[in-house]
Ligand binder design. Structure first.
Ligand code: PMP
Length: 367
């Protein structure tokens, strides 16, 4: 008897430009110490778990209806939260947009401002989803490189923009996977040179070191600037899938043209609003994580390794002739980190003191 016919991707009429691609994603392995996806390691307290449960219960009775399509209340809450970062900005829900993770925000930006015949430009090494979302939207991708020290020279950035005239420029600050933050002068130089939209991806903004400014400060009067943020990292809500942006209301009008109706479920909106109401608890771990990060950078340097300065909740370190062997050695000891970034470097997320100690012990053994 013949077995069932197995269809492979090659048998399907897939778009030519998707052939040969691999799905994106860090390995999701069940290990004692997962330090590979830059999550906040602290789970919600029992009191917050109860509040989240109550919030879901409150909307559950209305789940036969579609949710608020424009997430009005959630966006107002997010605006309030951002106003604390830039006092006096007076932002309202009209200046903020929300979606399922900042990845969906980025996808909507590409759908509205990119597309066939257009180009997006970024400075690698950076967040690898930027080129992926770009290409999947049919937009061409240009990599204008970062400097050797992972910084961005404004003159070089401007020259690349003038050469390629991209519809969208990606800046990531603090940058993933290097942890490098940008100064406002560099972002301003890029904005002045760019003919199209400039996206500053601030997924890790809350972890930045004192004195490192946010691009939110540049928003007034700059309708081509978009600042994206997320509740996945500092906010300790990666499972909620809630990303957002601040921009001129006209930018949000553009995104309304491409967003799917009812893209944010009633459950997501309720959970995100409850998390925002408990922001003091959720963001209460950020100072401890920053201190843990700074200590980790110092420790790695003390071990003779090269370490990039970090304004984020992860650290890029190297360099290894065989980084794969180091990554595997750590995994054998129950510590999962990320093999990402320039050849020879590895990235570790900052965990609890216990997790970070396990990483240090394992790395000492491997080296
Ligand atoms: N931007 C950057 C720089 C990131 O590192 C990540 C997550 N790794 C994201 C955006 C997307 O995060 P999310 O979709 O969970 O908001």
């Amino acid at each position: 008897m013949e077995g069932p016919v197995v269809t492979s991707l090659a048998d399907l009429p897939l778009r030519d430009d998707l052939r040969g691609r691999e799905p994106y994603g860090a390995p999701q392995l069940d290990v004692p110490y997962a330090l590979n996806t830059n999550e906040n390691p602290y789970p919600p307290s029992p009191a917050l778990v109860a509040a989240l449960g109550k919030a879901v219960e409150d909307v559950a009775g209305g789940l036969n209806r579609y949710p608020d399509r424009d997430a009005t209340l959630l966006r107002a809450d997010l605006a309030d939260f951002l106003n604390a970062d830039t006092p006096g900005a007076g932002r309202t829900g009209r200046d903020v947009w929300a979606a399922n993770g900042s990845n969906e925000i980025l996808q909507q930006i590409l759908q509205a401002f990119g597309g066939p015949g257009r180009t997006a430009l970024g400075f690698e090494p950076s967040y690898s989803m930027h080129p992926i979302i770009t290409k999947v939207s049919g937009t061409a991708w240009v990599d204008a490189h970062r400097d050797e020290d992972f910084g961005l020279d404004p003159a070089a950035a401007v020259a690349a923009i003038e050469k390629y005239e991209p519809s969208i420029v990606f800046l990531t600050s603090p940058n993933n996977p290097t942890g490098t933050a940008l100064d406002l002068a560099t972002i301003e130089a890029v904005l002045d040179a760019a003919p199209g939209m400039v996206v500053v991806d601030e997924a890790y903004a809350e972890f930045r070191r004192g004195g490192t400014p946010s691009a939110l400060n540049l928003l007034p009067g700059r309708p081509r600037l978009i600042v994206t943020r997320t509740m996945s990292k500092a906010f300790a809500m990666a499972g909620t899938r809630l990303g957002y942006l601040a921009a001129d209301p006209a930018v949000i009008d553009a995104l309304l043209l491409v967003r799917l109706p009812y893209h944010l479920s009633a459950v997501t909106q309720a959970v995100a609003r409850t998390a925002l109401a408990h922001r003091a608890e959720l963001l209460g771990t950020v100072d401890a994580l920053r201190a843990e990060r700074d200590a980790l950078v110092a420790w790695l340097r003390g071990e003779g390794l090269t370490v990039a300065d970090s304004d984020a909740n992860f650290v890029l370190f190297g360099s290894f002739s065989d980084r794969r062997a180091v990554w595997e050695g750590l995994l054998e000891r129950g510590v999962l980190i990320r093999e990402v970034g320039p050849p020879g470097w590895l990235r570790v997320s900052v965990g609890t003191p216990e997790e970070t100690a396990a990483f240090r012990t394992a790395l000492k053994e491997v080296l």
